[in-house]
Design a protein around this ligand. Structure first.
Ligand code: NAP
Length: 285
């Protein structure tokens, strides 16, 4: 466990094949502090929700250098400044910074904005076919050897890209692959989920609420019947379904503490295998 003496109410899952455990639910931060450019208008609210999340044991925060043109990292840093060691910060290097030297510069920028001297998980945000993967992964490994990042992760990697990326690492594993996964968007189920399970790679499900679409028809109606059966909400059922795989964690985004309370009710219980399957069937395309 990475936080000595802490008591976790939301549950932990092993990160890759490491001895480190991370919360089964983390906080996404896309559009907190701006989308492609900074938006300073809701800084206080963002900082407060991040602190609220950490207080609820959501000690995994997912961000990226690209979010809010860098401002989101600043807000994350500000929010956790007084208890940085207790939080697992995952950030990402953007696609235009994947050349060897650029990865170092990008990390320096992230460290500065986050106000920290290390990142827990550094992720390649998207593959870039225009840059040899070897360059990026060699830079990531050097950063890990220097202790500036604790773990190496990727996002949006298909199996051949994962396989290739791993061949360039001698001392570290790829511990996680962050991918789009929710009841509606299931593209990872056929190959990526089984591959990651077999190879000890944690799957970090992004957009697990389909950006709120599950609360609208036709998705809401389909999930409601099952939600009523378990005395849960549609949000809780949708997240619980994503988390039925024990190598998956999810990183929903919310700026609203009441929404976070609801999100936390997604864990600590299970549906019957039949109901998991029913949901899978309902949304099969
Ligand atoms: N690696 C990548 O390429 C990649 C791509 C996309 C996203 N991500 C990461 O994944 C995170 C999550 O994805 P996402 O933000 O795109 O979508 P999401 O988490 O599926 O959905 C976020 C939306 O759901 C709403 N919401 C959350 N909880 C709710 C609740 N209990 N009731 C009603 N509405 C609720 C939020 O609004 P409120 O704020 O009002 O609650 C927000 O509009 C991102 O923030 C980011 O960190 C990574």
């Amino acid at each position: 466990m990475w936080i000595a003496g802490s008591f976790f109410v939301i549950g932990l899952r092993r990160l890759g094949r490491t001895s480190v455990e991370i919360p089964v639910i983390g906080l996404g931060t896309w559009e907190m502090g701006g989308s492609y450019a900074p938006d300073y208008s809701r800084d206080r609210e963002v900082i407060e929700v991040i602190r609220y999340a950490v207080g609820c044991d959501v000690r995994l925060i997912d961000t990226a250098e690209m979010y809010g043109g860098g401002h989101t990292e600043e807000l994350v840093g500000e929010a956790v400044r007084e208890f940085r060691e207790e939080v697992f910060i995952a950030t990402k290097v953007w696609v235009s910074h994947l050349r060897y030297e650029d990865v170092f510069k990008a990390l320096e920028g992230s460290l500065r904005r986050l106000g920290t001297d290390y990142v827990d998980l550094y992720q390649v945000h998207w593959p870039n076919p225009g840059v040899p993967l070897r360059e990026t992964m060699k830079a990531m490994e050097k950063l890990a050897l220097e202790g500036k990042i604790r773990f190496i992760g990727v996002c949006n990697f298909y199996v051949p890209e994962l396989e290739e990326a791993m061949t360039y690492l001698s001392h570290f594993d790829i511990v996680s692959n962050q991918v789009l996964y929710n009841v509606r968007d299931r593209g990872v189920e056929e190959k990526i989920l089984p591959y990651c399970r077999k190879n000890g790679i944690t799957v970090m499900a992004y957009r697990p609420l389909a950006k709120g679409a599950i609360l609208r028809e036709p998705y809401r109606g389909k999930l409601e019947e099952i939600a009523v059966k378990y005395g849960k909400t549609v949000v809780q059922v949708a997240l619980n379904w994503v988390l039925r795989h024990d190598h998956v964690v999810a990183i929903p985004k919310t700026s609203n503490p009441r929404h976070l309370d609801e999100i936390l009710g997604a864990v600590g219980w299970r549906m019957s295998d039949k109901d998991y399957e029913r949901i899978s069937e309902m949304f099969r395309v």
